[in-house]
Design a protein around this ligand. Structure first.
Ligand SMILES: NC(=O)c1ccc[n+]([C@@H]2O[C@H](COP(=O)([O-])OP(=O)(O)OC[C@H]3O[C@@H](n4cnc5c(N)ncnc54)[C@H](OP(=O)(O)O)[C@@H]3O)[C@@H](O)[C@H]2O)c1
Length: 315
């Protein structure tokens, strides 16, 4: 495959921090568009990676930014919006995707790889519904598109094991809404590999790939396993839905919105797949057991060292 110029939206986050180095290794020249370049310069240590400020919602501006690219990758996604009427999800998922499609067409960029989510379109959450609407815009675009629908993604820096590990370090009891919701967590390295292979293989054009790992696990089991791995004896309580909904409502008012009513609705749909998209791309999915224990113990070691440095800082 000939290396190409690739423009990535949403490439400064967790998935992007793994995907950009993987695509860079294939020789591609990569421009990551960000709302705040100065906060996201880490990736620029790679010689063929640029991070540029961009107003990705402005069609004329985005058209200029993607001009000359062989492919655009859209990784932008949000789990929470500012209000609760769905307009934030609609803007970040559907309106942005419409702008990306229009910019690709205006600039003559033929190829679009779009991140979505497993079970998009199912249930009543704004998150899953707007994901599906965004997929429809891509399918109808007449570009050479590929869609990716992952379950929850794990790996260094994730918002799953790391988030629960930091909660479990301070909370002796963890009340959990939708504790029996099921996931098939997929390794971020496999997700990055899937995008790299799709870019390399024209047969991925017009395909949608479900990305999930080999093990189905409940939210309760994820939290209990995390507690065990960080060496904490914790009490994880599955809340009945009536209390879970109250927790979700209260969570909307807490800093960082740890849970919202829309998250609760998403959790009513099990994030498990039917068709092994990684397998279709020739990738053997990585089990959590191979990655998570070492990843969390490295994090524990870093935390211990940071505390030690803090205690022994010269005054
Ligand atoms: N992580 C998972 O478990 C998981 C599972 C399924 C699907 N996904 C999807 O995979 C994609 C990447 O996930 P991630 O975990 O890497 O997300 P992330 O860490 O939150 O990164 C997403 C990036 O998108 C940009 N962004 C965020 N909100 C935006 C907004 N309102 N408008 C424009 N840009 C915005 C940000 O870049 P700047 O601040 O630099 O602009 C951010 O770095 C998302 O679409 C996500 O929904 C993730």
């Amino acid at each position: 495959m000939k290396p190409r110029k690739i423009v990535i939206l949403g490439g400064t986050g967790f998935v992007g921090s793994h995907m950009v180095p993987r695509l860079h290794a294939d020789g591609h020249q990569i421009t990551v568009l960000s709302r705040n370049r100065e906060l996201n310069l880490g990736l620029t240590v790679l010689p063929r990676v640029r991070v540029e400020n961009a107003d990705v919602y402005n069609l004329a501006h985005l058209t200029r930014k993607v001009a000359g690219a062989g492919a655009v990758i859209n990784l932008v996604g949000i789990l929470n919006e500012r209000g609760s009427d769905g307009s934030g999800f609609r803007k970040a998922h559907v309106e942005l995707t419409e702008t990306v499609v229009a910019a690709c067409k205006a600039a003559g960029v033929p190829r679009l790889l779009q991140m979505s989510a497993l079970r998009a379109g199912e249930g009543a959450s704004h998150y899953l519904r707007t994901r599906f609407d965004a997929e429809s815009r891509v399918r109808d675009s007449r570009l050479d598109w590929t869609l990716f629908r992952p379950s929850v993604i794990f790996g260094p820096g994730d918002g799953l094991f790391f988030r629960f590990a930091s909660l479990l370090r301070v909370a002796p009891v963890l009340p959990l809404a939708r504790a029996d919701a099921k996931f098939a967590p997929v390794y971020v390295g496999d997700v990055a590999e899937a995008f790299a292979r799709a870019l390399a293989h024209p047969h991925s054009v017009g395909h949608s790939y479900e990305l999930f790992g080999p093990r189905v696990i409940s939210l309760r089991e994820i939290v209990q396993w995390t507690a065990q791995l960080i060496g904490k004896r914790r009490w994880v309580i599955g809340l009945p839905d009536v209390l879970g909904k109250i927790q979700a409502r209260v969570g909307e008012w807490l800093p960082g919105k740890p849970i919202s009513r829309d998250n609760f609705k998403s959790l009513l749909i099990d994030s498990v797949g039917d068709k092994d998209g990684l397998g279709e791309l020739g990738i053997v999915s990585t089990p959590m057991e191979m990655i998570v224990p070492a990843m969390l113990s490295a994090d524990e070691r870093q935390g211990t060292l940071a505390r030690y440095r803090e205690q022994h800082r010269p005054v």
